[in-house]
Write a protein that binds this ligand. Structure first.
Ligand code: GDP
Ligand code: MG
Length: 439
């Protein structure tokens, strides 16, 4: 999904002027990409028409950088489609807050019940109780008990002899006695939605009055996921969705359709089998992930307002001609300096925020002064051709600038890295850049 949308947009990115045909072409590609990724047909239609209306409107056509504006619009509309802001769990005013897991068989209910218990303990020092109300397979009860042991979380079960209704009634009493602040009820699933299952789940709902009914959906199930979500929601009025198996080779369309079709927020995502593999869901980050560019958009925005367009074009040209040298490096540094605190800017580049390789490359104003001193100690020939910088020249430069040789080496390495990075950026190759930067 990402690659295809990125391709559609990278054509636009470099254009100075955009015609209606360009917009049609790009939205056509995005439409196909979304359909191919199993996004619901109606959702795609609404999405594309929203993007198109805005793309052909004043905010783009009147702008100096229409390509980037359209990318921004796509990003915003994707975010909107997934619900705009992150949504958390409902909290009960008095303990316990009750969470009921529902969903088809194999989607990850039991695993997610464990992940949630772990998450609540980590983030709130909670004392959850798990209730094993999937009575149709002995293995299901055992699975939850094993998870409980791993986490040192109590699990209430009555094996497979009692009804789910009885187990939940008794389990809630235990939670009250033990003053557990959360109760997480694991329920049975089926391969598809059926009457009997729904009746049982409705009964459990009536007994437990859950604050949260979390529908667990396997992201790999594509179009079906949306239908399932609608089915469960109609019978149980779920409060939120957990989208699991996003680590797999998923086309990701489910994430895009679920909110739009059911109106119910995705609250968590599962990205692995381990009990720590649970994340809050952020619509804007998901949109960025789909577009494959981290916070690139905010960076573009920031750069657009502060960065001298002419200068940018000069650099881009040098990149293409591969003549970017230390003189330009210093110019760049000065431009960047004008944009504000360096570490904030660096964090917006995909993968930078938590890339260990770059963790200790913090650049402050003083560092920029040092970098300048080093460059000024180079001969004009050296400034234009970094390959000349052999060890003896580096020692001379170090002495001349009053910095040490390690610092000179580091700066040359940094120069080469940023040159490589900017070269990729100038080709509009964000996918590669993500990879390069571990994003
Ligand atoms: P349930 O039938 O709905 O209770 O599903 P389970 O919790 O038993 O999970 C079914 C399988 O999916 C198990 O093998 C889990 O380890 C696996 N699983 C659950 N969540 C994830 C996830 O986010 N990523 C991956 N890769 N596997 C998951
Ligand atoms: Mg289960």
């Amino acid at each position: 999904l990402s690659t295809r949308i990125q391709t559609a947009l990278s054509g636009l990115r470099r254009k100075g002027k955009i015609t209606q045909d360009d917009v049609n072409e790009a939205t056509r590609e995005i439409r196909l990409a979304l359909l191919e990724a199993d996004v619901n047909f109606k959702v795609v239609k609404d999405f594309v028409s929203a993007v198109k209306t805005r793309a052909l409107g004043q905010e783009v056509m009147g702008s100096l950088t229409p390509g980037q504006q359209i990318i921004k619009i796509v990003d915003e509309e994707l975010t909107k489609m997934m619900g705009e802001t992150a949504v958390g769990l409902n909290k009960s005013p008095h303990i316990p807050t009750i969470i009921m897991m529902v969903g088809l068989q194999g989607t990850g209910k039991t695993t997610t019940a464990g992940k949630l218990a772990n998450h609540l303990m980590k983030t709130e020092h909670a004392r959850p109780l798990l209730i094993a109300a999937d009575i149709y397979r002995p293995a299901a009860v055992d699975q939850l008990k094993v998870i409980g042991e791993q986490l040192s979380v109590p699990v209430y079960d009555e094996g497979t002899s009692a009804t789910a209704e009885t187990i939940v009634t008794n389990g809630l009493q235990v939670a009250e006695q033990n003053k557990n602040d959360y109760v997480i009820i694991d329920t049975a699933g089926r391969l598809e939605i059926d009457e009997q299952l729904m009746t049982e789940l409705k009964n459990v709902k009536q007994i437990a009055h859950p604050d949260n009914i979390l529908l667990v959906i396997d992201a790999m199930t594509g179009q079906v996921a949306t239908q399932v979500a609608e089915g469960f929601d109609q019978s149980l009025d779920v409060t939120g969705v957990v989208l699991t198996k996003l680590d797999g080779d998923t086309r990701g369309g489910a994430a895009l359709s679920i909110r739009a079709v059911t109106g119910k927020p995705i609250i968590f995502t599962g990205k692995g089998e381990k009990l720590t593999d649970l994340d809050n869901f952020y619509p804007d980050r998901m949109a960025n992930r789909i577009l494959g560019m981290g916070d690139m958009l905010s960076l573009i925005e920031k750069a657009q307002s502060d960065y001298d367009q002419e200068q940018a074009e000069k650099v881009a040209m040098k990149m293409r001609e591969n003549t970017f040298d230390f003189n330009d490096f210093i110019d760049q540094m000065e431009q960047v300096e004008k944009m504000g605190p360096m570490d904030e800017i660096m964090k917006m580049i995909p993968g930078m925020a938590n890339n260990p390789a770059l963790a200790n490359v913090s650049i402050g104003e003083k560092d920029i002064a040092h970098l300048k001193a080093i460059v000024y100690s180079m001969t004009p020939a050296e400034r234009e051709d970094p390959d000349l910088l052999n060890p003896s020249r580096r020692r001379r430069i170090a002495a001349g600038s009053g910095r040490n040789v390690q610092e000179v080496n580091r700066m040359i390495k940094q120069f080469k890295q940023s040159k490589e990075m900017m070269q990729k950026m100038s080709k509009g190759n964000f996918g590669d850049m993500n990879q390069l930067m571990g994003g």
